[in-house]
Write a protein that binds this ligand. Structure first.
Ligand SMILES: *Cc1c(COP(=O)(O)O)cnc(C)c1O
Length: 388
């Protein structure tokens, strides 16, 4: 697919075609898994297609990187061994010891641990701020030292919304980059680079891969100078995606659009069901009109995605019982796969923030709504919630 073609075509066409041309020798429609560490050179330095060693470049990974860049409307994509590997490489590209970053006050736990426990030892400082509060983000910036404002939107597990366009302006005023972890929305629902963000981060483990069978991460940028610096660390640090993993994520991306539409359809039905259930006291979903971030989400997202959180009557014990009784909703961490998952953030994904300001309510349950038959999901939740 030519560059010109790619720019003109719709999301699903790009998802299926961008990044790879059928192999000129065999016509293979799908990129092979290039399980090779090195490449034969045609005379010293005579590289074929620029490939010399698979940490630096591998054709299966190249196909994925081109696809991700096209989906996020960026110039360059980089595929990593995990979301956290991508985050680490990015932070060490754009910061030096003594610099500062603003992070969400409800950041993904692994992001918080990376910044708070690993990069802090390297001299990187951070301040938390609520992504939904522009003044709080502005106040958390340390003039001259803040190199990045890092946000997630929607956040986890309470689905708070940050205004990407406004946050980009706040970051840029201070000479900082706006980094958006777009894992929850996926590029189908939201394209932060088109709203002024400088870097998009993904855990491709989640919706991009979409089948709970691979761990991976990605960065996408528009600026070529920034791409050059990221590329240098991508190769120098070497936390790259292997060819098998790259192939799985690329396969997943081809169906991202249809999956996200079905995730959103099913989540909307689940939200409606939960909102009318007597054992449910509160539902968190940006698609709800009374959600505080609804207007912003409606502006910057195509739909509202597959993650739903809710609180139940009967306190923590009832929430734990609901998690244990669900059958189609599998009790487990992670999200974004075709199968529905249920979890108790207080005891599972967010156990490490117990006792801090970030503690989540004990009666809270998070769902990653999958793409099964909607009525079966509603029946499962009804059973799990117990007698009405
Ligand atoms: C899972 C996740 C990550 C980390 O990605 P890994 O692939 O597990 O390393 C980062 N951000 C968000 C929002 C996530 O859900």
């Amino acid at each position: 697919m030519t560059q010109e073609h790619r720019q003109k075509s719709g999301f699903d066409t790009r998802a299926i075609h961008a990044g790879y041309e059928p192999d000129p020798m065999t016509g293979a429609v799908i990129p092979p898994i290039y399980a090779t560490s090195t490449y034969k050179q045609d005379g010293v330095g005579g590289l074929r297609g620029g490939y010399e060693y698979s940490r630096s470049g591998n054709p299966t990974r190249t196909a994925l990187e081109g696809n991700l860049a096209a989906l996020e409307e960026g110039e360059r994509g980089f595929a990593f061994a995990s979301g956290l590997a991508a985050e680490d490489t990015l932070l060490r590209t754009i910061c030096v010891p003594g610099d500062h970053v603003v992070i969400p006050d409800d950041a993904y736990g692994g992001t918080f641990r990376l910044v708070d426990k690993v990069l802090s030892r390297w001299g990187l400082e951070h301040s938390p701020a609520a992504v939904s509060d522009l003044d709080a983000v502005r106040a958390a910036i340390v003039p001259g030292r803040t190199k990045a404002v890092w946000i997630e939107t929607p956040t986890n597990p309470l689905l708070n919304i940050g205004d990407i366009e406004a946050l980009a302006a706040v970051a840029h005023e201070a000479g900082a980059l706006l980094v958006v972890d777009n894992t929850f929305a996926s590029p189908y629902l939201q394209q932060p680079l088109t709203l002024g963000a400088d870097v998009v981060v993904h855990s491709t483990t989640k919706y991009c891969g979409g089948h709970s069978d691979v761990v991976g991460g990605a960065l996408v940028v528009r600026d070529l100078e920034l791409a050059e610096s990221i590329g240098f660390l991508h190769n120098s640090v070497g936390a790259v995606a292997g060819p098998f993993d790259a192939w799985l994520v690329l396969r997943g991306l081809k169906t991202l659009g249809v999956r996200m539409d079905r995730h959103s359809d099913n989540a909307e039905k689940v939200v409606e069901f939960l909102a009318g259930h007597p054992a449910v006291t509160q539902v968190f979903y940006p698609g709800l009109e009374d959600h505080p971030g609804h207007a912003i989400a409606a502006r910057q997202m195509k739909r509202y995605g597959g993650i739903v959180s809710f609180r139940v009557t009967g306190g923590e014990q009832h929430a734990l019982d609901v998690c244990s009784r669900a059958e189609i909703f599998t009790l487990g961490e992670s999200l974004g796969g075709v199968e529905s998952l249920i979890e108790h953030p207080g005891r599972m994904t967010h156990a490490s923030v117990a006792g801090t300001d970030l503690e989540v309510p004990g009666d809270l349950i998070r769902l990653s709504v999958g793409i099964e038959t909607a009525d079966d999901l509603l029946g499962d939740l009804d059973r799990a919630l117990g007698a009405r």
